[in-house]
Design a protein around this ligand. Sequence first.
Ligand code: HEM
Length: 444
Amino acid sequence: MPTVLLLHRWMRDPLGLMKECRARFGETFTVKLVSTPRMVILSNPEHVREVFASHGDDMHAGKIAASLVPFLGSQSVIVLDGQPHRSLRKLVMPPFHGERMHAYGQQMIDVTHDAIDGWRVDEAFAVHEAFQGITLDIILRTVFGLDDAARRQEVGAQLARLMHVASWPPLLLPQMQHDLGPWSPWGRFQRELAKGDAMLRGVIDARRSAGTAGHTDILSLLLDARDEDGRGLDEGALRDQLVTLLVAGHETTATALAWTMRWVLALPRVRDRLLDELHAAQRTGPLTPERIAKLEYLDATVREALRLQPVVPLVGRVLQQPMTFAGYDLPSGVSLTPSVFLVHQNPDIYTRPEQFDPERFLGRQYKAHEWIPFGGGIRKCIGMAFALYEMKMVLATVLARTWLRPRPGYVPRVVRRSITLTPSEGMPVVADAVLPRDRFVAQA
Ligand code: HEM
């Protein structure tokens, strides 16, 4: 296919293109776009397992995110590779350990209640946008530790403005990265970045001077984190991780929530079963975060949504040396690229893969190279436990308090927003009912 046409298809319909290539060329094929390394797209789960088994010196993932350095910073865990990546990951990972998530559950539920309080019956609204507001607020509370609503509002507005300016795709091109004054795209970005950075420095300084003792937010835990030699993260590294967690954790989770709603609202059998499970839990005690986290059908629904409609369709590793892989001799510089989408569409792993069927996750755990919405190996998403927990808290609260339906005539399409794939028009819905907050008793 001519390069221009290929790029156009890749931007407009990456999933359709991958499906077509798989049917035409088999389970492994290559794609070369203008601005990326040659990608060897993998869909055989055994090949994916091999990629995820890498220790990270022979294959680099940080290089793929290099264009994000101006925004995330050069010390972000996403852009580093090799030993520096492994050392930093060791410091950043512990606050995201699964068991720790209970500390954030109530805040996740409270933020969702605050958002629902603003929803009006019979009014159409974009549920993806509503989820973006919720996931941003959750990160500001649980990661940045901003308990004060007015301060959260101020910091959130500046960071949302910065993310909006930074999300214009041409900004990633080096030719665009020249400051020609406040009205040029790069100039505008630089000015918003300076304001955002000043605000982040203020957040870090305030937490440092108030002390971290007794605080469970992730910034406090990162301030206290030390490596084997007793070294912590300096000011710059802390700033870079905060921006990284915000960018990596906010849009992705909001999009995953929007896709989950898309299926739940379309399939009455799924919504009925979710509500039966929720109501049964409500009858036997308060809906605490711990109890919501254990709801099996809710968990299966979230996992199935991430399977059928992965938010990030590909993950890549650039070879640092020539390698024979899957029977092919590959030069260094090529990217081994597991296709999350194609692995999740494999009928040998998932029967009737095109159907939304949460039951397939009940009583069954898929292997680490079969269910890969969060990637894998030493680059696996640091926020996986956080995102799954958050999705369950938000969905349980929305389902228990509201009755939503898709806006009449809405036909969802997949649209690309930077590296994520989102539902078109922000997935418009209409609220037929919004119950008062006290109908959902979460406090123990
Ligand atoms: C549904 C929501 C999310 C999805 C689908 C998702 C997906 C991913 C994927 C596919 C990767 C790349 C993995 C690889 O290359 O193997 C990744 C990396 C990462 N994610 Fe997430 N993510 C989500 C939520 C979050 C959250 C909530 C946070 C933190 C608050 C987070 C933080 C990160 C970080 C720091 C990395 C880089 C890890 C590294 O390079 O070592 N993500 N995520």
